[in-house]
Design a protein. Structure first.
Length: 254
């Protein structure tokens, strides 16, 4: 078992079923797989999808609702705790590259990947491996204009996918959309603009959705949640996800 905070989830798609397995916990589930093809028309029947969360933690944002907290907290000054974290990251990246089958990789971090040159160097190297279908990075989108060229110089930019989440307290809609469109139009990246819906930012999310559509960008919406929810309340959605609480502090579904 890999030491925390490293987590690897592996998903294998067959013709009719998708099997998901978390390497760290051993949990596995099966679900129907309809269509099983990517946006380029290629079948994904033989592709294993890996979601890897590394210990990289440097971030240039200070979101009050950040889910990277406590022992796994992000940092505004420290990229990695120590050389062991970097060495483990490189070891896992090379393990992925050595798989004898096609792999699609989603790389997540505790911080912001584009704030870390060691992280970007390994992501670029991985994108050049012949068995890698894509490398997706989860990013806040603020550093794309400054750092995307590093990925292009060191990797195969045509394989890079960007999941760009808007943090409404840290970056304007206009700037995020400008950066996302730059990545899509200038570098050819597969881009998804992701919104986080909280109880107090409905107008911002609506503006983001309109701007993404006008710019020809894919849009996704997630429900924001409170990472500081007491453990005993994690079975209560209204406590975990503030937007589910209606007027007068009553659950929205009541």
């Amino acid at each position: 078992m890999l030491p925390p905070p490293t987590t690897i989830c592996v998903e294998a798609a067959t013709t009719n079923w998708r099997i998901s397995r978390c390497v760290s916990s051993g949990l596995q589930r099966a679900s129907r797989c309809a269509g099983c093809a990517d946006d380029r028309g290629r079948t994904v029947a033989d592709t294993v999808r890996i979601w890897y969360v590394s210990a990289q933690r440097l971030c240039n944002f200070r979101c009050a609702y950040c889910v990277s907290i406590n022992d796994y907290a992000k940092s505004n000054t420290e990229d990695w705790h120590g050389p062991d974290d970097v060495a483990l990251f490189e070891k896992i990246v090379h393990w992925i590259a050595d798989r004898p089958f096609r792999v699609g990789v989603r790389l997540a971090t505790l911080g912001e990947p584009f704030a870390s040159r060691p992280f970007l160097a390994q992501a670029a190297w991985l994108s050049r491996r012949p068995n890698i279908d894509f490398v997706e990075l989860l990013t806040n989108g603020s550093l794309l204009k400054r750092r995307l060229n590093e990925l292009r110089r060191g990797g195969d930019i045509s394989k890079v996918s960007l999941w760009i989440t808007h943090h409404h307290t840290e970056i304007s809609v206009a700037r995020l959309i400008e950066n996302a469109r730059f990545a899509q139009d200038e570098y050819g990246c597969f881009v998804v603009v992701n919104g986080l819906l909280f109880a107090d930012n409905e107008n911002s999310v609506a503006e983001l959705r309109r701007a993404a559509r006008e710019a020809g960008l894919r849009f996704n919406l997630d429900l924001g949640y409170d990472p500081l929810t007491p453990h005993a309340a994690h079975l209560t959605l209204d406590a975990m996800v503030p937007v589910l609480v209606g007027r007068g502090d009553q659950p929205a579904h009541e």
